[in-house]
Design a protein around this ligand. Sequence first.
Ligand code: TXA
Ligand code: MG
Length: 346
Amino acid sequence: MQTELYEVDPLSDNKKLYVKAAEAMAEGALVALPTETVYGLGADAFNAEAVAKIFEVKGRPSFDPLIIHLHHGKELSKVAVIPDELKDLVYQLGKLFWPGPLTMVLPKADVVPDIVTSGLPTVAVRVSAHPAMRGVVKALGHPVAAPSANLFGRISPTSASAVMKELGGKIDMVLDAGACSEGLESTIVRPYVDERGKPVLELLREGPVTREQFRGVAKVIRKKPTSAPASDEAKPAPGMLESHYAPRKPLILIEDGQTFEPEEGVKYALLSYEGTSALAEEGDWVKVVPMSPGKGRLAEAAVRLFALMREMDEDESFDVIVAEPVSAAGLGHAIMDRLRRASVKR
Ligand code: TXA
Ligand code: MG
């Protein structure tokens, strides 16, 4: 299959292009679309056959459900059934964070095909802030199911070229709008009301919307990630597979307070926060790759993380990636989460 690649023009409304992509999707095509977080591999969420192709192309196990993307928060009631006691909380979250990098897991409406939710009674929903994703969803007139546009278990793509490298020749179309502005996948929460009637958010995946930003909205609880199940039948808590976002090369994460002992004859490169730490300066590295050179800005580190991991994965001058911790505040939680999932267990 020939994958058509189109550039989104930052200076025009791109309406024709969005209609073209939507028309292809209405026929069952898979189209990779930019969002502010990472590129998504989109299909018409109401077309079960097209959605099945997403699983096939990604090599994604059928127990791992997809996120659906709406054009606007007001369409939420078309895909989710929100219990009365949750309405205030969900409305507040939508008002605060949509359009934006927040995904909510809510009881699903019957119209959403089971394949989208892997048979779960809940559906994950978000409204992206990216004009291309929103424009295509609007033109299609249906929600778009879109997981990250990478092969299962690999690093999420933050550019169209990263999508092409992994899925070129296997999907119909890619819309190229340059690099993603957030660089990390959306924060996923499951809102609910506890026995005492208090609003709670179960944090299923850390992301650009940080725990601190939920302060004053709801209490946040976090469950421990589980390991991948041996078979398709054994269902883990979705979104919580421990190993994910992995480069092919081993990645060793040094947590705060841990030391690093290099092995004889192995070539290491350091993925460093700023590139100026004692470890960066004193270690025997083939190279030091800073996420936020000299500045230590978490947002910059987040935007660059996946692209740097891909680059280091392809670099043949060393064998193992060693990663230094970033500060554990705000976005740092999400960055550390992705580094932990990418790392080999020590
Ligand atoms: O930023 C993002 O969220 C990107 C862009 C493209 O929107 N999408 C993304 O999708 O990261 P994906 O499929 O790579 O990750 C979605 C996660 C999965 O880990 C899945 O298990 C979880 O969302 N998920 C989906 N539906 C769920 C549900 N009903 N309950 C719990 N987790 C769910
Ligand atoms: Mg993914």
